[in-house]
Design a protein around this ligand. Structure first.
Ligand code: NAD
Ligand code: ZN
Length: 381
């Protein structure tokens, strides 16, 4: 089959590789119809992690089931499905508590939890930027899609990661109707957090970034865009909130945050959040910060050490929730909103491309070029 393969920093190509196949009776094989490039792929693409050469990217996948293992009895050949990026067994201590983002059984590194398709340090599983994908524990992991699955593919493909992830940020921040909310980052994840806050009935939603095209999309869904290249975003949020600060905040940038001069400063967004969210306000942080890989030092982990102002955070009595999103917690409800026409997360899609156009798309998306907001690849046409 054809797949988008990593060959070292900023080197990817579409290669012929061995077909995805059933390895255990609980597996299925999915023919991928839509698969996104994610901001998280860029951490590996840029060579910040020890992603092994020869591995296949892609953890945001939708497709049609074409083969089922002998022990699969609910998912059937022909089903259109969304695959949450978290791969989970369904029955370990964490999965039984709904923490599918921290499945113990799927993660081979001692002391770590959580697995994903096509990810460094998250198990050996191949990604779905390919014609076919192997899905483990398919009855538990896969979400079946309704009859409009094909016509709304660009909406449903957001269910495997960024829509539930943005929603998770607002859940951790406890966004309630009428709340004022500031979102740092107007990338795909930040836009989904702002969109989720709006769906939940938030009052004023403010989105901070510096890319005009991304800020325009924030404005298009009814948020107030704040361009941090034009002045302090903290001052702008305080101005919008009578000097009190936003009720709630979402961090959707991660360790690659830029300071005002454009240099990377992993602590930048958490400090801005602490200063622009009110006393006792809550913050949800889904932007990625990473620990040291037990397999050895890695560059990303060094950059992931964010020395934010814990003293001010403490003084203001704020709360923060952090970490990977448990996609299965939200994807069923968000699927219904899409099906009923009440949510249309595809508003962020800038490019629908073939798999062969993938390597070129990585280059553009990695540079955060104007109008390259979200790329959906269609490996089977
Ligand atoms: P992205 O890189 O496309 O977007 C990040 C945006 O943040 C960019 O537009 C950038 O200009 C902006 N930014 C940089 N510094 C900033 C600052 N100081 N203030 C405000 N904005 C700033 O990435 P994305 O796909 O939107 O993902 C965002 C983060 O979410 C990444 O770290 C990604 O790995 C992470 N993520 C986490 C989960 C999860 O489960 N927790 C899931 C998916 C993605
Ligand atoms: Zn993703």
């Amino acid at each position: 089959m054809k797949a988008l393969v990593y060959h070292g920093p900023r080197k990817v190509s579409v290669d012929n590789v061995a077909d995805a196949a059933i390895q255990k009776p609980t597996d299925v094989v999915v023919k991928i119809t839509s698969t996104n490039i994610c901001g998280s792929d860029l951490h590996m693409y840029e060579g910040r992690t020890d992603f092994e050469e020869g591995r296949i990217f892609g953890h945001e996948n939708v497709g049609e089931v074409v083969e089922v293992g002998d022990a699969v009895d609910k998912i059937q050949v022909g089903d259109m499905v969304s695959a949450p990026f978290n791969i989970s067994c369904g029955h370990c201590r964490n999965c039984e508590h709904g923490l599918t983002n921290y499945c113990i059984r799927m993660q081979p590194v001692d002391g770590w939890a959580g697995a994903a398709y096509g990810f460094a340090d998250m198990g050996p599983y191949a990604g779905g930027q390919a014609e076919f994908l192997r899905v483990p524990y398919a009855d538990f992991n896969l979400l079946r899609l309704p009859e409009d699955a094909r016509e709304k593919q660009d909406d449903y493909v957001m269910l495997s990661d960024i829509f539930p992830t943005g929603y998770h940020a607002t859940e951790m921040a406890d966004v309630q109707p009428g709340d004022s909310v500031v979102v740092y980052g107007s990338g795909p994840v930040g836009l989904m957090a702002a969109y989720s806050a709006i769906i939940k009935g938030a009052g004023k939603v403010m989105v901070v970034d510096r890319h005009p095209d991304r800020l325009r999309l924030a404005e298009q869904i009814g948020a107030i865009p704040i361009d941090d290249s034009k002045g302090s975003p903290v001052d702008a949020v305080l101005n919008e909130t009578d000097g009190v600060g936003a009720d709630k905040g979402c961090e959707c940038v991660g360790y690659q945050a830029h300071d005002p001069n454009g240099n990377e400063d992993p602590a930048m967004t958490m400090n801005n959040l602490v200063n622009s969210v009110k006393f006792t306000g809550k913050i949800g942080c889904v932007g990625v910060f990473v620990p040291q890989d037990p397999g050895g030092p890695d560059q990303m982990a060094q950059q992931g050490k964010a020395a934010f102002d814990f003293g001010m955070f403490w003084f203001k009595g704020q709360q923060v929730g952090v970490g990977q999103a448990p996609i299965k917690r939200y994807n069923r409800q968000l699927r219904e909103l899409i099906h009923l026409g009440k949510a249309k997360p595809s508003f962020i899609v800038s490019h629908d491309l073939t798999l062969d156009q993938g390597p070129d798309a990585y280059e553009h998306f990695d540079k955060r070029e104007e109008s390259w907001t979200k790329v959906v690849l269609h490996p089977n046409g």
